[in-house]
Design a protein around this ligand. Structure first.
Ligand code: GDD
Ligand code: MG
Length: 341
């Protein structure tokens, strides 16, 4: 089995801490390891570092290499995309690299994972990955489903069909539904969130690409050097839309470990330790009569009086203050800033 770590996304939902230049996977949100390092470490009980392939780009490569070195995984392979074309082309590139550089054959399993989630405990995770590998070997596209807690629109939704092995056959997969549809899914009770992790053999992946994304397939069948030279002409599409929504081979294993994709400041507040008044404090903070407030400072003291249910994030050039429960709107804030130039 080879582990494909996707580390090329440039999320902005955690602005101002995450920027295009410093995306979420490299943030140290809780604990002292970044989310990327935590991702690498989760796989070290399962595989040798040389069985890990990180797909990223030249902008992030220094973070990736430094962190791999710091956690003793410098033997991991790092593949650089010339341009970002979303996750389906990124995985196709990794599969090509595995074949050409690592001598991987079509029966070998690729376990694909995002690099910007919190997952624990490692033991339970490791067990799940082993089950994914087993199912993937049978020719399935294996997904890991999370019991949904709210009608979140930023996730893929997996409809569980009949029980199959340790999981379920998948009746349908819908990536990022609108709010109304997400609410229907939640009420139906047999939908799971897609965790973003996938398992398949190289052969199954290529067969499904050939069926549903012939353009990506054709480009990715070329020698690695040519593929890299023509990578820019890849259609930009995620694996969720490209394969998971269309394939008939999808199965799902319910994932019972703690999983959080911490896509917002509210989610960060949720995962951090709190003081007796429910404040989550990082950096130099002075909360007087404050409650249920996140204060996250880099270089300056954050002092607050009588604050309730706020999210305060300070960086060198930006301070964002938001009401708890409203942090999904950070995306809009970033859009407005982009428009202003
Ligand atoms: N190398 C590379 N190149 N990595 C990428 C690229 C790319 O072009 N685009 C995204 N990534 C990486 C991100 O860094 C992240 O680790 C992972 O791929 C997933 O990308 P996101 O952009 O974070 O996807 P998402 O959160 O919108 O949706 C996915 O994850 C959800 C769970 O968090 C989907 O799989 C959803 O179905 C799922 O529910
Ligand atoms: Mg994500």
């Amino acid at each position: 089995m080879k582990i494909i770590i996707l580390a090329g996304g440039g999320g902005t939902r955690l602005f101002p801490l995450s920027r295009t230049k410093y995306p979420k996977q490299f943030l140290k949100l809780e604990g002292k390891e970044s989310l990327f390092t935590q991702t690498v470490q989760r796989f070290l009980p399962l595989v040798k570092p040389a069985d890990i392939v990180v797909v990223t780009n030249k902008e992030y490569v220094h973070h990736v290499k430094n962190e791999l070195f710091a956690c003793g995984a410098e033997a991991a392979h790092v593949v650089l995309e010339p341009v970002g074309r979303n996750t389906a082309p990124a995985i196709a590139l990794a599969a090509n690299y595995c074949g050409e550089e690592l001598g991987v054959d079509p029966t070998e399993v690729l376990f694909v994972t995002p690099s910007d989630h919190i997952i624990r405990p490692v033991g339970l995770f490791v067990e799940t990955v082993r089950q994914v590998e087993k199912l993937a070997t049978k020719g399935h596209v294996v997904t890991c489903g999370i019991k949904p807690q709210q009608a979140e629109t930023g996730y893929g939704y997996i409809q569980a069909g009949e029980p199959y092995e340790a999981g379920f056959k998948v009746s349908s997969f819908k990536e990022k539904p609108d709010k109304e549809t997400a609410e229907q899914y939640l009420a139906a009770g047999n939908y799971y969130w897609n965790s973003g992790m996938f398992g398949f053999t190289v052969g199954t992946f290529q067969q499904e690409l050939q069926k549903f994304q012939p353009e990506i397939f054709a480009l990715s069948q070329q020698p690695l050097e040519l593929l890299l030279a023509e990578f820019e002409s890849m259609p930009g599409i995620s694996i969720d839309y490209a394969v998971a929504e269309k394939s008939q081979q999808v199965v799902m294993l319910p994932f019972t470990a703690y999983w959080n994709d911490i896509g917002s400041w509210d989610a960060i507040y949720d995962v951090l330790d709190k003081d007796a008044d429910g404040n989550a404090l990082q950096g130099d903070c002075l909360p007087l009569a404050c409650s249920n407030t996140l204060m996250m400072g880099r270089s300056r003291l954050i002092a607050g009086i009588g604050l309730e249910d706020l999210l305060i994030v300070e960086t060198d050039d930006v301070i964002v203050v938001a009401k708890r429960g409203e942090s999904q709107q950070v995306k809009e804030l970033v859009n407005v800033l982009k428009e202003k130039g």
